[in-house]
Design a binder for this molecule. Structure first.
Ligand SMILES: [Zn+2]
Length: 383
């Protein structure tokens, strides 16, 4: 991770770069701040900068052999410790090494995640995350390894709040007599939950919630989100980039669903057979879970459309852009056909659960939807 890929916090970036430039990297540092403020990506960018073989004035080079390993989080001198617990695949003595692949992919997806997100990705969100006693032994073993490629060995400990007290004491001992050329980066949300002795042995960097501007800029630069949407999401995310990223994903998914749904409705309404057959083929190929999701969203969107139609805006849970999209469809949904449309979607959903043939099912469903949508038009013309 490069510094330029980390959201905001420019004064902290500058201070970290200065440490390296002036050869004053302190051996134990604590990065702490609220969820989504970016302590973890900053610590990774810092570790990469320390190890980069062709450091630039403001960032790692991004292309040396060290940087390339850091991109994949596989550098042999960079160790990461994080809370874990047993799950359906690791049934006892869970250690960080057991979950390193999941950890790497989590960071690649969104390095602003919180502890709940992490445990949820392991299927154990109802358990506690621990950095247990065995992990302390593993830490010492890893530190005793000779440095492979870098001047420094770096050990990042994420959520040290979860350290077992025996492990915390082991860590404290190491921090009191630090091995040479070793850097500890502790990345926490709450400083107060750490042993006072650990607090006093580490140099602290406090991260504040990100500003709306910092979040907006990150969404535009790193997520390619259009300006206006980025500003809207930033305003809703309370300085928490994790929340902002989740909001933007939901918005994207919803947008795609609405587009897909409206395409289908248009095809049904006009009874465009060639297009309908292509659509049915496509739907038949997306897999059972996606088909069920599509129908579940069709139910939601139809309900929302009726709310729009009945002028009950307080019940409509859509953004302004999505409302505009659905408004065009709203004229074909009314109290007279809405129930029948919902029933048709529901029936199809349950038929899918009972392994109905997807092609036949979506073809029949489309004909039924077509009849229902056009029924509205007839009523209108009579009126
Ligand atoms: Zn480099």
């Amino acid at each position: 991770m490069l510094f330029k890929q980390v959201a905001g916090n420019n004064s902290i970036k500058e201070a970290l770069i200065q440490q390296v430039q002036h050869n004053r990297v302190s051996h134990a540092q604590l990065f702490f701040g609220p969820e989504g403020s970016g302590c973890l990506p900053m610590a990774i960018a810092f570790a990469q900068y320390i190890s980069c073989l062709h450091k630039q004035a403001n960032d790692s080079c991004g292309s040396c052999s060290s940087c390339i390993k850091f991109e994949k989080l596989v550098h042999p001198d960079f160790h990461m410790v994080f809370p874990v617990n047993t799950n359906s695949s690791i049934k006892k003595d869970a250690s960080c090494d057991d979950f390193i692949a999941e950890w790497r992919s989590m960071i690649a997806d969104n390095p602003y995640f919180n502890l709940y997100d992490w445990l949820k990705s392991l299927g154990i969100e109802n358990k506690q995350g621990n950095i247990g006693t065995d992990e302390g032994t593993n830490m010492i073993r890893k530190l005793n390894l000779t440095t492979y490629e870098s001047e420094y060995k770096i050990m990042l400990i994420w959520m040290p709040e979860c350290l077992h007290h025996t492990t915390a004491n082991k860590l404290l001992k190491i921090l009191e007599e630090p091995p040479e050329k070793t850097v500890f980066l502790l990345v926490a949300e709450s400083r107060d939950q750490l042993l006072v002795t650990i607090q006093s042995r580490t140099q602290a960097m406090r991260f504040k919630p990100l500003s709306d501007e910092e979040i907006g800029q990150f969404l535009i630069d790193e997520q390619a989100i259009e300006n206006q949407k980025a500003v809207q999401i930033a305003a809703l995310s309370e300085g928490n980039l994790n929340k902002a990223l989740k909001l933007s994903q939901e918005a994207e998914l919803l947008k795609k669903d609405i587009d897909d749904f409206l395409d289908w409705m248009r095809i049904c309404f006009k009874i465009n057979m060639p297009k309908l057959l292509v659509w049915v083929d496509k739907m038949a190929g997306v897999g059972r879970e996606n088909q069920k999701n599509f129908l579940a969203h069709a139910v939601q969107l139809t309900r929302q459309t009726l709310m729009l139609n009945l002028n009950l805006p307080e019940l409509v849970k859509l953004s302004q852009t999505d409302k505009e999209l659905l408004k065009k469809f709203a004229q074909f949904v009314n109290a007279g056909n809405c129930d029948d449309l919902l029933t048709a979607f529901d029936k199809a959903y349950y038929a899918l659960e009972r392994n109905a043939n997807a092609k036949m099912l979506f073809l029949n469903l489309s004909f039924r939807v077509s009849t229902l949508l056009n029924r509205k038009m007839e009523l209108k013309s009579v009126a």
